[in-house]
Design a protein around this ligand. Sequence first.
Ligand code: CTP
Length: 406
Amino acid sequence: MALTGKHIIVGITGGIAAYKTATLVRLLVKSGAEVQVIMTPNAKEFICPVTLSTLSGKPVISEFFTANTGQWHSHVDLGLWADAMVIAPATASTIGKMANGVADNMLVTTYLSAKAPVFVAPAMDLDMMAHPSTARNIELLRSYGNHIIEPAEGELASHLIGKGRMEEPENIVKVLDGFFSDRQQLSGKRVMITAGPTYERIDPVRFIGNYSTGKMGYAIADEAARRGAKVTLVSGPVALRPKEAGVEVINVESAREMYSECISRFNDCDIAIMTAAVADYAPAEVADKKIKREKDDVPQITLVKNPDIAAALGKEKRQGQMLVGFALETNDESANALGKMKRKNLDMIVMNSLRDAGAGFGTDTNKITVFTRDERVIEYPLKSKPEVACDILDNIALLSACEVSD
Ligand code: CTP
């Protein structure tokens, strides 16, 4: 079990689903985890702390101080101790506090200090769940890199039927166990990822660029880091930041800058994933002053070829290194993708077609087909980019497992 020896903080807030958290604590302890329960003052109205301290084998923490001894509970130490924190049930109120940094209790204070991944299992009435403020706060939590364990549909405490039931403890344990098993998958691996567009300067105020936003590459970088890899993200100009701590970002502007950063790092990496939309051409000369509009005179821009980064890495690739490319196509998709895999000496190519709605630049979704050097073809339905990142990394893991057993 991936949970053996893991330090888990279980945060309980004041909702009727708190009774289920006793089972969650029991199951986590049974899986070999060490559990520290933190309750909000309201949670104690719903479940008795003695039940939880008995099941976890540790006194429950709820206040900043133990009243009779004056002993201070350090949220900082707790935050550092934890390998993961799971807040179940998470009420609308606590979700709002977490999203906005309202640290008025031990649980939210510990959340703000925690360095470990945080899982949030909301539980509330269906109308509270559907309220725009709850939706916005949950999105904010997601954007901070927290993992939301979506509530299920079913009968709620109000006897109304809808979305808002806390996920069952067995499934929460599965999510945590899956998280820690994934984490081991790329542990010790060094992964380099290119992302975003490149800008090729014309003069100090203009460039040739493209519509890439970097979302796919950043999603892969976050997922690779979550799976335990040491990630370097060589990024063209985008408006994104990685969600996972531990992704090193190297900012570049042009294809040539991206090329030299990648070439100098490739030797040290195990896996390179080239998601960047690299400009194939750059202006032969960059004007040092803004090009002015002259009367009747249309400036001509002569272009020169940029280096092909993926192909250059393909030439340098040694036994045991894996090189993955992307192909965004508009026609003859499979033939073009397979041609690129061969020409650039890639081990795998991820094809997306602009003919598919929801695929390509700028969207939050993608629809991919994966081709591998061992001639597997896997076609996926339309998914969110983080889900697509998981599919891509699953295929990489499978391919490296095949390599080891070859
Ligand atoms: N690529 C690269 N450097 C370039 C061009 C592309 O590293 N100068 C990488 C991309 O990041 C991608 C793969 O090569 O992983 C294929 O990119 P694509 O633009 O589709 O390929 P090209 O070889 O430029 O082919 P074309 O533009 O003719 O379709």
